[in-house]
Design a protein around this ligand. Structure first.
Ligand code: BG6
Length: 341
């Protein structure tokens, strides 16, 4: 977790062409400018990185994206579109379902691009083009720095694809400025650790959690829930914040706290109204909120502040508090975070 400011800087250094304010992608034997559609396939945390990437590719590059978990994709015989790019994400490069998905796509004649952290892995060898994460080994089962670096590569790829299409020079420049700021944003967010540790102590005894976010922060909510499950063995679910009222709301009580992602912007009022629904049912709320949004007094029981930032980097910054929360809850429960079940 604490390596992240350094490793995201490494990922940036590898692909950001500083002078030209652009991203440089490694040589690949296909033309990214001709791509009309993208299919992303991955498992677990890497799948959630893919969900964020889908949001960015569609928002900033205006390329439609389909996404599937690899274990479903490989058996589903999904129709693929010509001129579509097949994109796999795998930290280890050895996850068998992701590898099988890649082989299935290649068999059908598609070009495969892989984001992967392990040089020479099976997925790296079999893909037509690869982007290495350069973050060093993930020691435990739970992916942390590998996830934020997958997000960063997704954000860079969205910029690259966007600039090949209709993203303006000035929007591109602003985007690059945001990317360059990521190591510092991550460092500043990590400074919240003592505060998050205190919160974790107060919440470690709960047996159920909801993680709620919207748009690009919905996959971060899924990742927050997965981290809590993986290392502390507490039941947790991630949901799009407004979808919570269609079922999961039945679970809300004093016994089921919710972690809400609350950025300033268009969705702010809608997120506040979802929080009010939780409060009306006596649910406790931990808000992960950007510094520029003012929450109605008393709505959140605890607030973790994250720096205000560009949409293209917000999911990266918002991930840090939920990693720390899971970590400190697991430690409080005396779980072995280095060797989880
Ligand atoms: C699972 C791990 O087994 O594999 C997850 O528990 C991980 O943490 C997933 O995200 C996918 O791994 P990879 O190496 O393909 O990214």
């Amino acid at each position: 977790i604490y390596e992240q400011p350094v490793v995201v800087a490494q990922t940036l250094r590898a692909y950001l062409r500083r002078m030209e304010n652009e991203v440089a992608m490694p040589d690949m034997d296909f033309d990214l400018g001709a791509v009309k559609r993208i299919t992303i396939v991955a498992c677990g945390t890497s799948f959630y990185a893919g969900m964020v990437a889908k949001y960015w590719f569609e928002t900033f590059a205006r390329v439609p994206v389909d996404i599937d978990v690899a274990s479903e994709f490989r058996y589903r015989n999904t129709p693929l579109f010509r001129n579509s790019l097949f994109f796999v994400i795998s930290q280890s490069g050895e996850t068998i379902d992701t590898l099988a998905g890649l082989r299935e796509a290649k068999r059908k004649g598609y070009k495969v691009l892989a984001v992967n952290n392990v040089v020479g892995s099976s997925i790296a060898r079999e893909a037509d083009g690869g982007i290495y994460q350069h973050v060093g080994p993930e020691i435990g089962v739970a992916s942390t720095k590998a996830f934020t670096s997958q997000l960063l590569i997704g954000a860079m790829l969205a910029l690259y694809l966007g600039r090949l299409r209709d993203m303006s020079f000035s929007d591109g420049t602003e985007y690059v400025r945001a990317l360059k700021g990521v190591p510092d944003l991550v460092r500043r967010t990590l400074e919240q650790a003592p505060h998050i540790k205190e919160i974790a102590k107060r919440y470690a005894h709960y047996h159920d959690f909801l993680f709620l976010g919207r748009l690009s922060l919905f996959p971060v909510a899924l990742e927050g829930a997965l981290k809590l499950k993986e290392i502390s063995y507490i039941h947790a679910e991630g949901y799009p914040a407004a979808e919570m009222k269609h079922g999961p709301i039945a679970l809300i009580s004093e016994q089921c706290p919710s972690v809400f992602f609350v950025p300033a912007g268009d969705m702010f009022n809608k997120i506040v109204s979802s929080m009010q629904e939780i409060k009306a049912r006596k649910g406790r709320i931990i808000a992960v909120a950007t510094t520029n949004c003012e929450l109605p007094p008393g709505l959140a029981d605890d607030i973790i502040r994250i720096p205000e930032c560009h949409e293209a980097v917000l999911p990266i910054v918002a991930t840090i508090p939920v990693q720390l929360l899971s970590y400190y809850i697991a430690v409080e429960l005396q779980r072995d975070v280095d060797k989880p079940r």
